[in-house]
Design a protein around this ligand. Structure first.
Ligand SMILES: [Zn+2]
Ligand SMILES: [Zn+2]
Length: 181
């Protein structure tokens, strides 16, 4: 793993959230946000309101812009996010998590925490010059963001569904070239 655990999780979470905006939108109800919160093992403040959902939904274009930016642009976006969130890095240990960074209080709104956590993760990506870990899905029709944490940098698809669809298409192409030749 090229990054610390919390950085890796934050990047994957941000990509999943940004990708949820692709059609069909998979974050449209408070229950969808419940699932997102549980799946990515969030802790801390949760309002469970429509306003909170709307705030998180509205953050998605900003996350996409950050995760698909060039390195210098990403720096500007990260610094703005850290300023806006009034980030103050602190090492914390809670639940099953060993020492890791939090930069905003667990009482801060969920959208602020997601925003600042993503920015904190991107600090590592930018400093380590690892921007090429972030890319767009190799599926022709998919704009999903891919976070490649693999040792050999081999991840090309944003999801298992996209990977499978392309494997099937490649198989069919091989089969038809065998029968027509
Ligand atoms: Zn934590
Ligand atoms: Zn995809």
């Amino acid at each position: 793993m090229p990054f610390a655990h919390d950085t890796a999780v934050s990047l994957q979470t941000a990509a999943a959230l940004a990708n949820s905006a692709l059609a069909p939108d998979t974050l449209t109800t408070v229950e969808d946000l419940d699932d997102f919160y549980a799946q990515w093992e969030y802790t801390g403040r949760r309002d469970g309101t429509r306003a909170e959902l709307d705030d998180v939904r509205a953050l998605r274009p900003r996350l996409r812009a950050l995760l698909t930016a060039d390195r210098d642009t990403a720096v500007e976006l990260v610094n703005a996010m850290l300023r806006d969130g009034e980030a103050l890095p602190q090492l914390v240990r809670h639940d099953t998590w060993d020492w890791h960074l939090h930069a905003v209080s667990p009482d801060a709104p969920l959208v602020t925490r997601i925003c600042v956590e993503t920015a904190m993760a991107m600090i590592d990506v930018i400093r380590g010059d690892e921007m090429n870990r972030l890319g767009i899905c190799a599926d022709e029709d998919c704009e999903g963001i891919v976070v490649d944490l693999s040792r050999n940098r081999s991840k090309r698809f944003c999801s298992v569904a996209c990977g499978n669809r392309n494997a099937v298409a490649a198989y069919r192409a091989r089969q038809s070239s065998l029968t027509t030749s």
